[in-house]
Design a protein. Structure first.
Length: 125
């Protein structure tokens, strides 16, 4: 079965210091963000600023096996397929999820490194 990755690469952030924890150099209590990093993080948070997208990410991140079919996501909402696809595209473009097409269906999975960066940014200690 062939699969085609549908990943959209977010802006690249500097690597984290493994001793400091993921995203620690960006922690709001560490130092002010540079403009380019602030733009990257704002895109991610903007993607999460919609209740449907936040719920979609939650469903994707908590899916058994780490991924979920778009058919299972769509059935959880009273929205049209194109609307769900729009929300998933925004999450993908923000680098929060990645996807693969398998036949007719698209399967989504969270991008753990991006979620860790966001968590590290919010760390103030």
């Amino acid at each position: 079965m062939s699969s085609r990755s549908m990943s959209m690469e977010p802006a690249v952030l500097p690597p984290t210091d493994p001793d400091a924890g993921p995203g620690a150099e960006f922690g709001l209590g560490v130092a002010p963000l540079e403009a380019s990093n602030a733009t990257t993080f704002a895109t991610m948070f903007k993607a999460l600023g919609d209740p449907v997208r936040l719920r979609l990410l939650s469903m994707i991140a908590s899916a058994p096996g780490g991924e979920i079919c778009v058919c299972d996501l769509s059935s959880a909402f009273h929205l049209t397929g194109p609307t769900i696809s729009h929300h998933l595209r925004i999450l993908r473009e923000a680098g929060l999820v990645d996807s693969d097409r398998r036949g007719t269906w698209v399967y989504y999975r969270a991008v753990p490194a991006t979620l860790l960066l966001l968590a590290g940014l919010l760390h103030t200690g």
